[in-house]
Write a protein that binds this ligand. Structure first.
Ligand code: NDP
Length: 315
């Protein structure tokens, strides 16, 4: 049987929430161990320029910012490891966490900072071309380059869809945004930027019926106007999906209280969950703000709450 490792503070996730928790926990001598999960650096590594994080007057790329946060956490002694959590048992203390289905960790405190993942439409054709890597993506910044000077479409009407459409508009010949209602959900400033862009076309009341292609690569989209029921084809080589996110909390569901959409319920104004010694930070509990800065702030809260909890154990 593999050896069991005992830790004071286990941090799960490597976005701004996880790394900020790690900075605070390591400076408080909690010797945190942080598992990076499937996407080291979290969602910010799929974003382009971060312009709204205080302290970066000229902006910074998401990837560079996450590398700096990682270095800052390491500087104070956080042990950062690759691997993801495959099972937990929070029924008694210390809390048990399994990494990659093999390594078992017993943690006095656990900080969940697992974030959220992109949603897809769920169409079989979308999933097919996602698997072939032939033209479906949920990350314009990661994949936009492959569609340089080509025609692409993006589905969604929130800030993410607008941000990604603007990013693609700089690279691609033409970007078509498919908006399912007759209005955007995005903030006014983002919507206006999109409407001003010369090579972005907005199709309102439009739903995607099928992603068309030759089996390997995407060649067009079949879309339907949900007011007129008219069906048409849009020739594109890339189809980007920007319709929101799902919190990465499934592995905790047997022990941690979740809301109806899967976000972890925290005691309002704190990082406390329904389990003593288990704390939450970042998008895993935040369907409302979902910003790097709010995630970082809640990472700080989780580390302070964990530190206070550890002190009560020593009393
Ligand atoms: P949102 O939940 O805000 O928007 C999702 C969009 O996808 C909505 O317009 C929704 O349509 C549409 N949608 C959902 N399901 C479907 C579907 N099946 N078919 C077609 N369209 C669909 O998610 P975002 O990821 O855009 O943003 C999340 C949060 O992050 C927001 O709070 C946002 O403000 C913030 N954000 C901020 C940024 C910034 O400040 N720079 C950048 C990116 C995000 P409908 O409107 O009809 O419901």
């Amino acid at each position: 049987m593999a050896e069991i490792e005992k830790v004071k503070c286990l941090i799960i996730g490597s976005g701004p929430a996880g790394y900020t928790a790690a900075i605070y926990a390591s400076r408080a001598n909690m010797h945190p161990v942080l598992y990076q999960g499937e996407q080291p650096g979290g969602q910010l590594t799929t974003t382009n320029e971060v312009e709204n994080f205080p302290g970066y007057p000229n902006g910074i790329t998401g990837t560079a910012m996450m590398m700096e946060l990682q270095q800052q956490a390491e500087r104070f002694g956080t042990e950062i490891r690759n691997g993801w959590v495959t099972k937990v048992d929070f029924s008694q203390t210390p809390h048990k966490v399994w990494i990659n289905e093999e390594k078992e960790i017993h943690a006095q405190t656990v900080i969940i900072a697992t974030g959220a993942s992109a949603k897809y439409l769920g169409l079989p054709s979308e999933q097919h071309y996602l698997k072939t890597g032939g033209g479906v993506s949920a990350c314009a910044v990661c994949d936009g380059f492959f569609y340089r000077k080509q025609k692409v479409a993006i589905v969604g009407a929130g800030d993410s869809a607008c941000e990604e459409a603007l990013y693609l508009a700089n690279i691609c010949e033409k970007v078509t945004i498919l908006v399912r209602r007759d209005e955007f959900r995005a903030s006014r400033i983002m919507k206006e930027r999109v409407l001003k862009a010369e090579n972005i076309e907005v199709l309102y009341n439009t739903e995607t019926e099928e992603v068309l292609g030759d089996g390997q690569v995407v060649t067009a989209l079949k879309v339907r106007n949900n007011k007129t029921n008219e069906v048409s084809e849009i020739p594109v080589t890339g189809f980007f999906v920007a319709i929101g996110h799902t919190p990465n909390t499934a592995v905790f569901k047997d022990f941690i209280s979740l809301d109806e959409t899967g976000y972890i319920k925290n005691v309002p104004g704190t990082s406390l969950t329904n389990v003593k010694g288990v704390f939450v930070a970042g998008d895993a509990a935040d369907s409302r703000y979902r910003q790097a800065i709010t995630a970082a702030g809640s990472g700080c809260m989780a580390a302070l709450d964990a530190e206070r909890y550890l002190m009560t154990l020593e009393d």
